[in-house]
Design a protein around this ligand. Sequence first.
Ligand code: ISE
Length: 337
Amino acid sequence: MQSKELRIGIVGVGAIGRTHIERINGQLQGAKVVACSDSNIEFGKSVAEKYGCSFFEDGEAMIASDEVDALIVTTIDDFHEQYVMAAIKAGKHVFCEKPLAPKADACKRIVEAEIAGGKQLVQVGFMRRYDPGYRQLKDAIENRTYGEPLMLHCAHRNPAVDENYTTPMAVENSMIHEIDVIRWLLNEEYTSAEVVFAKNTRRTHKDLMDPQIMILTTESGVRIDVEAFVNTGHCYDIKCEVCCEDAILNLPEPANIGVCANAFRGHEIHSDWSTRFVEAYNVEIQEWINATKEGRVDGPTAWDGYIGQMTAAAASKARDTQTKVAIKPETKPEFYK
Ligand code: ISE
């Protein structure tokens, strides 16, 4: 399959799925989206027509079809397990947007099915690992350029969320990114989680406590606080400050134009995750295409997806009980080493 164009099928084209079609067909190399499927048939057909690919009413039939070599799953979270399982059954590589599945036990079932199939096929869409800024932080931490990392202060700020976004989603939908990327940065596992509340913003609604602060500790004692403030009203702002023995490291801001106007000098910043992390998404999908063509998985695995949801479950329990919840690090199966 190496030199041939990878033929991709996408399940779920309502949101980010469409952006992936555009980046694969328009900007990236070595692959083409040749088929798509969506539970909203009329809408799905219009997307297929727009991008010149075949439409399948049944996502599982598309996964099994000889027309596609590999899959991308961008349905709503509740359907991830079903389609990832179908891809494993078909023996095809599958890229699934985060979370791998909403609950840890569903992620565990995927891990078990993949191991039983005997070949790594699943990659999870934790795109921050591909952001150039996080990659710079990882290099400095891994090389211990500035000594041991001791603590991290992070923030995850969105301008606004809709009324369907409720209290648990701060951990499970937003800070799940920090749960993954910090574990990857530090290369160690978490041992405890806590979640505390700040004073609620006037912009929130009755089912959402906003802001929230999640506190994690790792096996070696690194302490991490992450602020999730999803109704700032004004910006998409991602911060990651790593306090090492000999220096304080900060996640670089993406380079944007400087603006001097109205007696103010500063830099434009992004107001949405899709533009803030656009470079990360492009690198992520290109690397996935390259690895898939070589029959490898070299990004976040199903095991990483499982550990992410397991940690989120502990943080959710901590939030609901307002206690500190211990996390027992699990041994990574040989299959994923
Ligand atoms: C959304 O689902 C994402 O994945 C974004 O990256 C994150 O910033 C946002 O808070 C989530 O709701």
